[in-house]
Write a protein of this length. Structure first.
Length: 279
């Protein structure tokens, strides 16, 4: 009877979760559910972020109904099983699967990204901080359309940008003033050793570190520079891009670079902020 109950439980788990159980003895994963194709998926968001930071690869995040409706299963069979898509995702990204119809941690991630439950598949491309690299888009259901978005992300990632953290008395000011500098591509508010800092991605070919440091100090937002950012802690969402909050731009789907520049200009030069969005 116990054996029958155990087998029934495992069968139920397979049907409900859309994934087959893993043998406690071999620990070998069973074949993917049809709706998620042939990609080797990770299933933990925090682990994916850590891998992205370590490898420098962006995250390929699939929100998908699992086991899935007929359209979801077709997407898995046709698009996520395409050999070129599988190869590109596994070589260039950290693959992460979050079912949109499951409770627990999956539901928490769904809520964090404001994704609807029981929705059709949505693929989002994230950096190591969990930011969208390109704006979210619905109804990307064809192989060529997904390949085009993959190519766009990879093209944007081909850069020589470097990262540094700069301390100041107020990271709201830091993001605004540093974000507007030519050569700065992205900013984020955070903390290191209890100090408010602006995390800065910059292109050293356009803005060498020495000049970035000088400009930050001249603007009053460069009291200390951290090249080692291992103890960095991201500030709450309410402290991110503070100048942008409450404006007409707040609800737009902006890339991280657009958000950085709009945040820098929207209060002091509305024309420049508008020009950034039109690009």
């Amino acid at each position: 009877m116990k054996i029958l109950i155990r087998r029934s439980f495992l069968t139920l788990a397979t049907l409900v979760l859309g994934v087959s159980p893993i043998s406690c003895q071999t620990r070998e994963p069973i074949q993917n559910p049809e709706a998620v194709g042939k990609i080797k998926w990770g299933r933990d968001y925090d682990t994916a972020l850590a891998q992205a930071k370590t490898t420098g690869k962006p995250i390929f995040l699939l929100f998908q109904e699992v086991p899935g409706c007929a359209g979801c299963r077709q997407f898995g069979r046709d698009v996520l099983s395409d050999p070129e898509v599988v190869k590109s995702v596994e070589e260039n990204f950290v693959p992460l699967l979050i079912p949109n119809n499951q409770p627990g941690k999956d539901a928490e991630i769904l809520k964090r990204f404001k994704e609807p439950a029981w929705n059709y598949q949505v693929v989002r491309f994230l950096d190591a901080q969990g930011h969208d690299l390109i704006p979210r888009q619905d109804r990307v259901w064809e192989t060529d359309a997904l390949k085009a978005r993959i190519a766009l992300v990879l093209k944007n990632r081909v850069s020589t940008t470097k990262r540094v953290a700069i301390a100041q008395y107020c990271f709201w000011e830091g993001e605004m003033k540093i974000g507007g500098m030519e050569g700065v591509t992205c900013t984020e508010a955070g903390y290191i050793d209890g100090k408010e800092v602006t995390l800065v991605d910059y292109d050293p070919a356009k803005l060498p570190l020495a000049r970035l440091t000088e400009q930050a100090k001249a603007a009053g937002v460069g009291s200390q520079v951290f090249s080692d950012i291992s103890d960095y802690q991201k500030a709450p969402a309410s402290d991110q891009k503070r100048q942008l909050q409450g404006t007409n731009y707040a609800g737009l789907k902006l890339t991280p670079e657009q958000a950085t520049k709009v945040n820098a200009f929207v209060r002091v030069s509305p024309e420049r902020a508008a020009a950034v969005v039109k690009k």
